[in-house]
Design a protein around this ligand. Structure first.
Ligand code: ATP
Length: 241
């Protein structure tokens, strides 16, 4: 949106593990409210990128600005407080806790009244979670757990949501529901950086996409442009896409 600072700006960042560099020199800008999808083969560095943005990996080089502020060295918990949330790969919920308690945990920093209001909003938007609110999270289906993991991140009302392969390993019907949830989150104005193997569905939804290969952006375009690009179709829009 005009006049608003970029929600995220990566300037020539390098990321990796110890001395190993996975992302060499990556720059990316995201506008407020944008949905940007990252596609790429296994090992391209997609998860590494999200971990780096979320402050879970130190930057080897470069600058990260979040909402106009330099957060290159800001710790993850502070970033979370500033409105940046990561939903990691693999449906990480607390299985031995109820659905409701998982949500409460996501909003542990907000006051009681606000917490109740947010839970009510989430239940309104995601009736499955309302139905199962007193059940153990570990007993939910894989898709419902993914939904809960995303809803829990929403409890802190983030401005930027980083989603790492939310549809991974889910049945097609559940994949559709997860994408519907992403569409709803986006419609609510939140900015989303989405890593997805279901490239076709993700590109259909996305404002912009980028293709990552061995830690470098090799292609960018609107979701539609990339979905229609034959070289991308060949490699990334196969049977899953
Ligand atoms: P996938 O789709 O398989 O999750 P990805 O694009 O998310 O792939 P990353 O998980 O970011 O890729 O991995 C990028 C590279 O970093 C790979 O070569 C991987 O082996 C390496 N890597 C990932 N995690 C670590 C780690 N903890 N320590 C060392 N190397 C790692």
């Amino acid at each position: 949106m005009k006049g608003e600072p970029l929600i995220l700006e990566l300037k020539s960042i390098a990321l990796g593990y110890g001395k190993m560099t996975v992302i060499g020199d990556l720059s990316l800008s995201m506008n407020c409210g944008e949905l940007v999808v990252v596609i790429g083969a296994n090992g391209a560095g997609k998860t590494t990128l999200l971990l780096g943005i979320a402050g879970l990996l130190p930057k080897q080089r470069g600058v990260v600005n979040f909402s106009g502020q330099n957060v290159t060295r800001t710790a993850t918990h502070r970033l979370a407080r500033q409105g940046l949330a990561l939903v990691p790969e693999g449906r990480q919920v607390f299985g031995a806790m109820t659905v409701l308690d998982n949500l409460r945990l996501g909003g542990f920093r907000v006051g009681r009244a606000l917490l109740r209001q947010r839970v009510a909003e989430i239940f309104d938007q995601f009736p499955i979670l309302a139905e199962r609110q007193n059940g153990l999270a570990g007993l939910l289906s894989g898709g419902e757990q993914q939904m809960l993991a995303m809803a829990r991140a929403m409890m802190a009302t983030p401005r930027l949501l980083l989603l790492d392969e939310p549809s991974m390993g889910l049945a097609p019907k559940m994949v559709e529901q997860i994408f519907a949830m992403i569409a709803r989150l986006r419609a609510s104005g939140i900015s989303i950086l989405l890593v997805e193997q279901n490239a076709r569905m993700a590109l259909e939804l996305a404002d912009r996409g980028l293709v990552l290969e061995t830690g470098r952006i090799i292609k960018t375009g609107t979701g539609r442009e990339l979905a229609g690009d034959s070289s991308i179709a060949e490699f990334y829009l196969g049977k899953n896409g």
